[in-house]
Design a protein around this ligand. Structure first.
Ligand SMILES: CC(C)(COP(=O)(O)OP(=O)(O)OC[C@H]1O[C@@H](n2cnc3c(N)ncnc32)[C@H](O)[C@@H]1OP(=O)(O)O)[C@@H](O)C(=O)NCCC(=O)NCCS
Length: 181
């Protein structure tokens, strides 16, 4: 197993088919990564006190931090981190114990806290802060700190959510080709 993939308490990251993990990323413990997904330079993902699940064709861009919260008496499941399919996570985002649906774009530097639920087909503006337990409804742009619903997504923006994920699937294929040379 490469240095960037670390076992913790007997649990190691599980990777789907055709995934790309940059050598400088660190993934520790109970993490599952779906097919065609990619993890870019300097990402830190720590599935130690709970699990992290990332779906298919999703990308976690450079410098992002992914973590979870442990079970407590009041919250016996704790807060795992669940990320759906075709999700784009921009550079230096902080995702902590939240649930992100499918076709979501998390803007660069956004912070999403424990128990927040981001439904499908949403754009979160760069630098936004999503407070603990906040629920974001499908089909809107949200911006700000704390985050607020800004407006409905246009058809073009909705289409872009899948295009962005596809672009990153192709980009990671180019990187995988470089490695295999
Ligand atoms: C929010 C965003 C989608 C632009 O949406 P938009 O509707 O086109 O917004 P506009 O550029 O027309 O700006 C509208 C207003 O929102 C403000 N605004 C734009 N982006 C903002 C952001 N991220 N947070 C807070 N305010 C923002 C603008 O300053 C402007 O304010 P004003 O009306 O007071 O002048 C874009 O700025 C953004 O954050 N994209 C995320 C990109 C990204 O991180 N991608 C991932 C990596 S590839």
């Amino acid at each position: 197993m490469p240095d960037s993939m670390r076992t913790f308490k007997g649990k190691a990251p599980k990777l789907g088919l055709n995934t790309y993990i940059d050598a400088s990323a660190v993934m520790t413990g109970e993490i599952s990564l779906g097919d065609e997904s990619s993890i870019w330079p300097l990402v830190a993902a720590r599935g130690d006190v709970n699990h992290i699940s990332i779906g298919h064709r999703s990308n976690i861009q450079d410098g992002s931090v992914l973590h979870v919260s442990r079970a407590t008496h009041d919250n016996p499941s704790g807060h795992p981190l669940i990320i759906g399919d075709d999700v784009t996570v921009g550079h230096k985002a902080m995702l902590h114990g939240c649930h992100i649906g499918d076709r979501v774009l998390v803007g660069m530097g956004a912070i999403i806290l424990d128990g927040a639920v981001i439904h499908n087909d949403i754009i979160i503006g760069a630098g936004s802060l999503v407070p603990p337990g906040k629920i974001l409804e499908s089909g809107f742009l949200y911006i700000g700190s704390p985050i607020k619903q800004a407006r409905s997504l246009t058809d073009k923006e909705r289409a872009f959510l899948s295009i962005s994920a596809d672009n990153y699937v192709r980009l990671k294929d180019d990187y995988l080709a470089e490695i295999s040379q």
